[in-house]
Design a protein around this ligand. Structure first.
Ligand code: ZN
Length: 337
């Protein structure tokens, strides 16, 4: 890979940056948000958006609640939206220091299909103003999480099985996210360190893009200093994760970020990927997650999401954990009965 591009478009200091040894970040790995009712969350993302439910597990830091993962057929990096559904969670208040919209790519010709599909499902949907030349549909999930479908063609590499959305219209994965910020300069500097460069500006929206055009390669900073800081709750994005191709690249990024005086966590084992976390200066929690081992690590691709998967250290408590979790039924399992 062309590592020289990592520093391209970096801060306009005029200084010659040392050649980095890190491989470029190509885009988002996953987005993690908070929901309330787990069955309603599952029904919306599989039944309405047609994503595949790729993992049924628990919050490793809170084993009494689920961690649900949705994505393309295999849970490819760049397609994964995950939720902590807390049945009694209060709704979050959107504001500064948060991801204010999560955008998926669909073929431009499919936007008409999606608009009709969402309206049929009783989901109010708006055609947002064209953004950097792309058409945008804007709507919310049942917990009020802001979602967008952006007409930007890319092939359906792994269309989800068990979906009633035809492969030609299927959600391809992430387009990117919009972060609500009080100012953009300090967040921009971190994104530039990570290899993103500024590719557009429309009003108070500044677009940063990773090289290569991978899924989830656009991060928009929407500067809204008149707002107050957001408060996490149902419908809020908890954090966004960027991709590292493997562990060595992640370690290299950890060192790079520490040089920028960012407070980065040690590497944490999340079973399906390894993670480091840090908060960007504007307040949004960032993660870098490894592509491997992926979601077929502990169950076959044919039955992803059907059984509750626990990490080895929680297996001894399985009976207790299963009793404490609400029932959750997948549509295609229901139909099999
Ligand atoms: Zn994460």
């Amino acid at each position: 890979m062309d590592t020289k591009r990592v520093r391209a478009g970096n801060r306009a200091t005029g200084a010659i940056m040392p050649e980095p040894s890190v491989s470029p970040i190509v885009g988002l790995h996953h987005v993690t948000a908070i929901a309330s009712d787990p069955q309603r969350n599952l029904d919306f993302y599989t039944g309405v958006l047609g994503l595949r439910f790729v993992k049924r597990t628990i919050n490793f830091d809170d084993p009494g609640s689920y961690h649900l993962y949705f994505g393309d057929d295999t849970g490819s990096p760049g397609t994964i939206l995950t939720f902590f559904p807390w049945p009694h969670a209060h709704r979050g208040t959107p504001g500064i220091g948060e991801t204010s919209a999560t955008a998926f790519r669909v073929p431009a010709d499919s936007l008409v299909y999606w608009e009709a599909r969402l309206l049929d499902a009783g989901v109010p949907v708006e055609r947002a103003p064209e953004r950097f030349g792309d058409m945008v549909l804007s709507f919310a999930d049942p917990d009020g999480m802001r979602l967008e479908l952006i007409g930007a063609d890319s092939p359906a590499a792994h269309p989800p099985r068990f979906s009633n959305v035809a492969a030609e219209h299927s959600i391809r994965g992430f387009f990117g996210v919009t972060l609500c910020e009080a100012g953009f300069e300090r967040t921009a500097a971190v994104l530039e360190t990570m290899g993103f460069s500024r590719t557009g500006e429309e009003g108070n929206r500044y677009r940063f893009s990773a090289p290569g055009g991978a899924l989830g390669s656009h991060i928009d900073l929407l500067v809204q200093p008149q707002l107050v800081y957001g408060r996490m709750g149902a419908g809020s994005v908890h954090h966004i994760a960027f991709r590292a191709p493997e562990d060595a690249a992640q370690r290299a990024w950890r060192e790079e970020l520490k040089k920028e005086a960012l407070d980065v966590t040690p590497v944490l084992d999340r079973t399906y990927f390894h993670s480091i976390y840090f908060r960007e200066p504007g307040g949004v929690l960032f993660e870098i997650a490894t592509d491997p081992p992926g979601f077929t690590f502990d169950e076959p691709i044919e039955s992803l999401g059907e059984a509750l998967k626990l990490p080895p250290w929680l297996e001894p408590k399985r009976a207790l954990i299963e009793r404490s979790l609400p029932a959750l039924t997948l549509h295609h399992q229901r139909e099999k009965r």
